[in-house]
Design a protein around this ligand. Structure first.
Ligand SMILES: C=C(O[C@@H]1C=C(C(=O)O)C=C[C@H]1O)C(=O)O
Length: 357
């Protein structure tokens, strides 16, 4: 019988689990000590650059057969639980619970956090600025639909820094209470999700009315209460609202992703694999943008993103949202930014933070 063969293997697993448990608690006790040292100096509990280094190291050292990304997921949760012994950080995000924003919170902080769902992106920034939340998580860009303008505008005004970025795959499913589309009169979702599934909906359900609502989670909640409503949302929402998936992965782009910015009052140290975000503007003259960015090339700093946004009220035509490789304190980045600032009519450093993995 296979049970006879399984028993000794399971005994080995039990013994190893006892060792893992002891080691985890040894680690946790040291994290508690770190917490006491930090409390004496009022130092920040969450240190993204240190957590990024731990995650990079475990992936590098990982002998297998476990996958590097899976080991990182485990260690992210270990750090989250250890950090919660120092203090449970509160993180504001665009709610309600069950949205991709909540998933982004867990991806950055692990599950041992206090999530604070907010009704708008403005509220995420406000709660974080006011100190109600230690950090905020706001969507910044979707690979199919482009930038989230409100987040870019708020980054321009805020006193907060970007202290991290999270990129998550966004897979949408069509879901209903009964798991069938019979009797469905409306398909509800956030306007972004409707846009991301537009071609699929045109092909499969061209004649069913579509309605944009505040969030995908709100659509799921509506579907759970109304048998004539179908929702488009992530699998997390199907579980939360007890809905059945009619079709999974209905987004037009199979590689659809959303990038989120983590904002807070913290100014990160360097992790060794960082990125720096800034906002710039120049007078509207021929060659001005070329001249503005010249110091990056001069000092060998790679630009990884360049986004322009009309300056609706300012004295300048456009704001440029620029990401460069490296930390603002790195020698060549510091020199490049210093020269760049001299050429710019407007210059704002948004923050340096570990690149997302
Ligand atoms: C233990 C620390 O505090 C937190 C927890 C960490 C961990 O469990 O490894 C790492 C960084 C911090 O976010 C620390 O700063 O070293």
């Amino acid at each position: 019988m296979s049970e006879d063969k399984l028993l000794p293997l399971r005994q080995q697993i039990d013994a190893i689990d006892a060792e893992i448990l002891a080691l985890l608690n040894r680690r946790a006790k040291i994290a508690q000590e770190v917490g006491h040292v930090k409390a004496e100096t009022n130092a920040p509990v969450f240190r993204p650059e240190r957590e990024a280094q731990v995650l990079l190291k475990v992936a590098e050292r990982n002998p297998g057969p476990l996958q590097g990304a899976d080991v990182q997921t485990i260690f992210r949760e270990v750090m989250s639980a250890c950090r919660a012994l120092e203090k449970r950080v509160t993180v504001a995000y665009l709610g309600p619970a069950g949205t991709f924003s909540e998933q982004a919170v867990y991806q950055q902080f692990g599950h041992a956090v206090e999530g604070l769902p907010c009704v708008s992106i403005d509220e995420v920034f406000r709660a974080t600025e006011a100190g109600t939340a230690d950090f905020g998580v706001a969507p910044i860009e979707n690979s199919s639909e482009g930038v989230i303008n409100r987040t870019l505008d708020l980054l321009l005004q805020t006193t907060l820094n970007i202290s991290g970025e999270v990129s998550i795959p966004v897979h949408h499913s069509l879901m209903t209470k009964e798991g069938t589309m019979t009797g469905i009169a409306r398909i509800c979702a956030h306007s972004q999700a409707l846009a991301q599934c537009n071609a699929w909906l045109n092909q499969h359900y061209p004649s069913i009315e579509r309605q944009a609502v505040a969030s995908n989670a709100e659509a799921a909640r509506m579907a759970s209460e109304n048998e004539a409503v179908a929702a488009i949302a992530g699998e997390m929402a199907a579980q939360k609202y007890d809905l059945q998936v009619v079709s999974a992965n209905i987004q037009d782009d199979p590689h659809n992703r959303t990038r989120f910015a983590v904002v807070g009052r913290l100014q990160n140290g360097a992790s060794g694999k960082d990125q720096t975000s800034l906002v710039l503007s120049v007078a509207n003259k021929a060659g001005a943008v070329y001249k503005l960015l010249a110091p990056l090339a001069k000092h060998g700093v790679s630009m990884t993103r360049f986004e322009s946004r009309p300056a609706r009220m300012g004295a300048w035509e456009y704001y440029f949202y620029v990401d460069v490789e490296g930390h603002a304190a790195d020698d060549k980045v510091a020199k490049a930014l210093d020269e760049l600032q001299q050429n710019a009519a407007f210059y704002k450093l948004l923050g340096s933070y570990p690149r997302s993995f």
